[in-house]
Write a protein that binds this ligand. Sequence first.
Ligand code: TXA
Ligand code: MG
Length: 344
Amino acid sequence: MKTRLHTVGIPTEDDPIFIEAARLLKAGELVAFPTETVYGLGADACNPDAVAKIFEAKNRPNDNPLIVHISDVSQVNQFAMRMSPYIMVLAEAFWPGPLTIVVKAHERVKNTVCRGLETVALRIPDHPIALTLIRKAKMGLAAPSANLSGKPSPTKALHVYQDMSGRIPLILDGGSCRVGIESTVLDLSQDAPCVLRPGVITAKDIERILGCPVHQASDDLAKTRSPGTRYRHYSPEAQVYLVSPAVSKIAFQRLLDYLEQKKLMYVGKRDVPANLRTFPNNELTEQLYAILRQSDEEGLDAVVIDGLEEEGVAQPLMDRLLKASSQYFGNDNDLLKFLRSKLS
Ligand code: TXA
Ligand code: MG
């Protein structure tokens, strides 16, 4: 299958590319599109054959459910069993935006996106191309991140092309994704609201709106309730060494000495030798996945990344960094122990 990559300017529903994209989706085909978080790989959420194609194209484990993307709160009823007051309040505060809400599923999607769960995940993305596509196709769009399973999520159309070329007919190119990491997944299907996947909308932000405690699921609970968190994620071929701000200058220098012969990239703000290729980490949320993909393209041996204090929006970023990293050095001891094991 030939994959067409089409650049979209200002999206309008009568643009021929949206007519074509909607036709493909209605015919049960896949269309990749940008959202504010990462690119999605869309299919008609109510069509079992179309949804099956997503799993095939991505090599996605069969039990991993998909988020349904809608363009208006009035569509919630088509996919959820009922409209809860919580959804209304959260939609008012955060939709369109990077918050996915898990609620009891409508029968209509039980044999498509839910993958054996009784719940469905819903969100309204904050991106004009995504919204125009949903409106034009007049359907809920089942859409996981448009990467091959196990690869970093795509934040540019080119990333989607690298993974999906030959597998899908159309990619809508809307440039780089503004947020850069995936949406917060909030489970409202149980008694207490609980964050299953952290994102830039934090548990605290949600607490402020709901006026009740919102928990961050432990890793174990997230694994039970949100199958996607069970799988290894975002790991490039290079070894990724994540270094806490608590690691001293001297210990850090030892790590660089150890890696001296390696093809290396450093992401952070420490003083490093001028010949070491360095990326700043001030816009790391937007850049992280692109950096990890670049490390693969360049065949690097190692990427050294400065960790962040786990507060506020740094928390979802640290969650992704920990998943991508092969080693986390929380302090000098961790790092020196690692070096001893390698050098002995
Ligand atoms: O920002 C995002 O959420 C992006 C864009 C494209 O919207 N999508 C995305 O989809 O990250 P995906 O499939 O890569 O990740 C969805 C996560 C997975 O961890 C999945 O297990 C979880 O959401 N999920 C989906 N449906 C669920 C459900 N009913 N209950 C619990 N977790 C669910
Ligand atoms: Mg994904």
